[in-house]
Design a protein around this ligand. Sequence first.
Ligand code: ZN
Length: 287
Amino acid sequence: MHKATIGVIGGSGLYEIEGAKTIEEIKVTTPWGRPSDAIVIADIEGHRAAFLPRHGRGHVFLPHEVNYRANIAALKMIGVEQVVAFSAVGSLKEKIRPLDFVLPDQVIDRTKARESTFFGGGVAAHITYGDPFCLRVQGVIKSAADEMGLTMHTGETLICMEGPAFSTRAESNLYRSWGAGAINMSTVPEAKLAREAELCYAVVCMSTDYDCWHDEVEHVTIDMVIKNLAVNSDNAKRLLKLILDRLGRERECECGEASRYAVITAEQKRNKKQMKKLKSILPKYFS
Ligand SMILES: [Zn+2]
């Protein structure tokens, strides 16, 4: 089922692409269950893309309740090869002001209880994850942001925390001492699963607040997050259009081969049932 090669995952505040023309809505079932919502195949100003709101329309799922495996598997199963994800983040640095964009290139995983791999269950595998995001897609995003004149911070480390409560001040200061630039609750395991499924993946972060470390500004509240997201959604949509203009169909990066040498379980020992599940997202390697 080849519906679109580019996928867009919307985060908090981005549940639909306004102005996009819906071509069709697809309800996908994966071996890992159902994704957060129906996937919308849309025409976004002349570009075909598959849109999936991470938290579901109407924001139904908390970050730890999102079925990340089903979301990534569903996109892969309808033909997606490259994913541009959006996420609201808190800023951990003075220079990253609310409404600025951040394109993190590293992530520190502070999540606790999430299914973070397609492997296991009799098919053991380890992927390379030193650079968690696709550098090629990141380059496209940055050049689109530059063309728009957006403030987009690069070279930053993102903290992905479990939530759903925001950080304590001590945690926030700890992350600052690690040199991290932004914090959210959803990039892990999304990015990791995308890599396992051999998708190119990068996340565009929109800063909404200063978390709770900043002594001179109000601590983060959901109200603050939503207000700033609304202000920023126009910029996000314009940025997405430019990204889609520039994303080539040819993938000159290694993401499309990420799981080729990952499996370590001896062929004769691999669990048949698990191999069947994996076939749906990695048909090259499993039959
Ligand atoms: Zn890539």
